[in-house]
Design a protein around this ligand. Structure first.
Ligand SMILES: NC(=O)c1ccc[n+]([C@@H]2O[C@H](COP(=O)([O-])OP(=O)(O)OC[C@H]3O[C@@H](n4cnc5c(N)ncnc54)[C@H](O)[C@@H]3O)[C@@H](O)[C@H]2O)c1
Length: 310
């Protein structure tokens, strides 16, 4: 049976444990905070049972039985084929965790980080085993959003990249090959472009934040659950992408030629958008809404799985 080490058992680490456990892997989980270790197994079990209710996990109890929470990093990575590091998004901690993991694992073990935006060359350069290190960046929560961006450093062995993509595919995720290091990888750069324009449209008084959100939730997002922007525009003109570009290029050129300077993420701007949003939810409300989001995402994922052959 294949074995994975999960280092860091917060939001993302627990969700990764779900993904590997339901795929039949033995999962060894560790966190530096004993309280996180204590609650990890219950949290992962609960998320597995939620998936079972949508037919996305056959047997949540069997999957839960694959998980072992351990008390040291070294135990977590002992005898594993693959490690998914999911500690805090801090370069100094990534450097330290990768140093310890590299010293502890067998030569063939792959070391992957969940980092959202730190390119792997920044925390693997000095390691003896740097050729087996890379980033496997998931979307929150990975047990409901399958995409994972796989990005190596210049010294990452190409076979490590291909083995990582094969492992991710085998466990039911959807790997994307980031061909070379870029700040923010692909997903967060796309998100940044959208959020930057969203803040600008709200700031300049064109739309309320609520109506802007509905433009995505009831518009673009409905298509985006099934297809990306290229496939979207392919269907937006009878002759496909080239036809679309010929029809709409004048407007896109006007848009691109009107580069009002972007006041990106300046404090006043986001505070005004937050005030226009009009509510600051409590931690309990965030948790409640996250449960609702996960429930809806699970239903959508079950629907997508059923349509797989389209
Ligand atoms: N939250 C997201 O939306 C999201 C999405 C994709 C990727 N990520 C990335 O995943 C990683 C984890 O993010 P998260 O949202 O789960 O954060 P989190 O704060 O929920 O979890 C981080 C965990 O790391 C533990 N930790 C702290 N110091 C540690 C150490 N030295 N060794 C081991 N564990 C340690 C903490 O106790 C905590 O349980 C980050 O790199 C983040 O950028 C987050």
């Amino acid at each position: 049976m294949s074995k994975v080490g999960i280092v860091g058992a917060g939001l993302i680490g627990c969700s990764w444990a779900n993904v590997f456990a339901r795929a039949g892997w033995t999962v060894q989980v560790w966190d530096s905070n004993p309280q996180q270790c204590e609650s990890a197994k219950d949290k992962i079990a609960a998320s597995l049972h939620e998936l079972a209710a949508h037919g996305l996990v056959q047997d949540a109890d069997t999957a839960t039985a694959n998980i072992r929470v351990v008390s040291t990093l070294e135990e977590a990575v002992s005898g594993v084929d693959y490690v998914q590091e999911s500690g805090p998004e801090r370069l100094d901690l990534k450097i330290e965790l990768f140093r310890r993991m590299d010293a502890a694992v067998a030569p063939a073990t792959i070391l992957a980080s969940s980092t959202s935006a730190i390119v792997p060359s920044l925390f693997t350069e000095e390691l003896a085993g740097r050729a087996r290190c890379l980033v496997a960046h998931p979307v929150n929560p990975p047990h409901l959003a399958p995409v994972v961006e796989v990005c190596g450093a210049p010294w990452t062995d190409p076979t490590v990249r291909s083995r990582t993509r094969a492992i991710l595919t085998e466990i039911g995720q959807s790997p994307v090959d980031v061909k070379r290091e870029v700040d923010g990888f692909i997903l967060n750069r796309l998100q940044a472009a959208l959020l930057t324009e969203a803040f600008r449209l709200v700031e300049e008084g064109y739309v309320s934040p609520q109506d802007l959100d509905r433009t995505i939730a009831d518009g673009l997002g409905l298509r985006w659950a099934f297809m990306g922007p290229f496939e979207t525009i392919e269907l937006n003109a009878p002759g496909g992408i080239a036809d679309y570009c010929q029809r709409f290029v004048p407007w896109f050129r006007r848009y691109a030629a009107d580069p009002a300077p972007l006041r990106v993420w300046d404090d006043d701007q986001w505070r005004r958008a937050d005030a226009a949003w009009g509510q600051t939810p409590s931690a309990e409300q965030i948790a409640e809404k996250s449960r609702w989001r996960n429930e809806r995402m699970a239903a959508l994922l079950a629907h997508k799985r059923a349509q797989k052959n389209f």
